[in-house]
Design a protein around this ligand. Structure first.
Ligand code: RIB
Length: 290
């Protein structure tokens, strides 16, 4: 089986700061690092590190060959990454508590073509997974085609935009969002996310774990997070989603996929950086056992 991920590709510039600046304030960073990121890329790398076959559908600028090369090194199928204007980038501030504030410039992430999507999904088989987040164009078109082709559609509603989620709702089989996003969606629709007609809803709760709503069985379950000391939460949600989809793609029941995803997310928050530092299955086994 395979995961087709329509996802952003960014150069992440990550600055460590004591606290985020107030409007009009200038602050100095303690350190800066440059790495591979983008919510989509982080999910592709996470799923690949969880041993899935991942086809990334995205776009970079001509300045982005390094990103394609790195994704390839990380085991992601990059044949459907096309070229647009300039590679997207993110300015990330990480404070003393490990929380982040992120500014993105989308660049080529909003220039993905319908033909690239058609070519990639033309390689899919019924039962494969289609994954998307809200950092690219063509989400609706790609998810519609994926649904028609019999793929399971997973949507991570980040960065949150109520119109984007609402547009995607009829296609989504599994919706992943954090508590703040879930509250925003409920405010906009007047209904809790689990009552919006989506078969499975996962709400991530940070250090408190995650909640799974299964609309088919009407069962809701909370899964505790592994206790760890967080130094940088950037990309932890993406890592969680990538591992969860990889687990499901491998045939794991949702409970086991969520356990694996929580463990991967827990390790991720103990590391500085994004795609380059996502743990693999061995890291998880070494830390938490089988
Ligand atoms: O979720 C973290 C990601 O958000 C970063 O890698 C950054 O590129 C932004 O897309």
């Amino acid at each position: 089986m395979a995961i087709f991920n329509l996802g952003s590709i960014n150069a992440d510039l990550s600055y460590s700061v004591d606290a985020f600046p107030e409007p009009g304030e200038t602050i100095s960073a303690h350190s800066v690092s440059r790495g591979l990121g983008g919510k989509g890329t982080n999910m592709s790398v996470a799923a690949a590190r969880a041993a899935a076959h991942v086809v990334h559908i995205g776009a970079v600028g001509r300045d982005g060959d390094w990103a394609i090369e790195r994704l390839t090194e990380y085991g992601v199928d990059t044949r459907y990454i096309t070229y647009g204007s300039t590679t997207g980038h993110a300015i990330i501030m990480v404070d003393r508590l490990g929380e982040n504030a992120i500014l993105i410039h989308s660049g080529a992430n909003l220039e993905i073509t319908e033909s690239a999507i058609g070519a990639a999904l033309g390689q899919s088989s019924t039962g494969d997974y289609f994954l998307a987040q809200n950092e690219t164009n063509m989400q609706f078109e790609a998810a519609s085609l994926a649904k028609k082709l019999g793929l399971t559609v997973v949507y991570a509603a980040a960065p949150f935009d109520v119109d984007a989620v609402q547009m995607m709702l009829p296609m989504i089989d599994i919706l992943v969002l954090n508590q703040v996003e879930a509250d925003q969606l409920q405010k906009a629709t007047g209904k809790p996310p689990q009552d919006l007609g989506v078969a499975q809803v996962i709400i991530t709760l940070g250090a408190k774990g995650c909640r799974w709503f299964n609309a088919e069985t009407e069962v809701s379950k909370v899964f505790d997070a592994e206790p760890v000391k967080a130094v940088d939460t950037t990309g932890a949600g993406d890592t969680f989603t990538g591992f969860m989809v990889a687990g499901l793609d491998r045939g794991l029941p949702m409970e086991q996929a969520l356990k694996l995803a929580s463990r991967a997310g827990a390790i991720m928050v103990t590391r500085h950086g994004t795609a380059d530092v996502i743990p693999d299955l061995k890291d998880i086994q070494d830390r938490f056992g089988p």
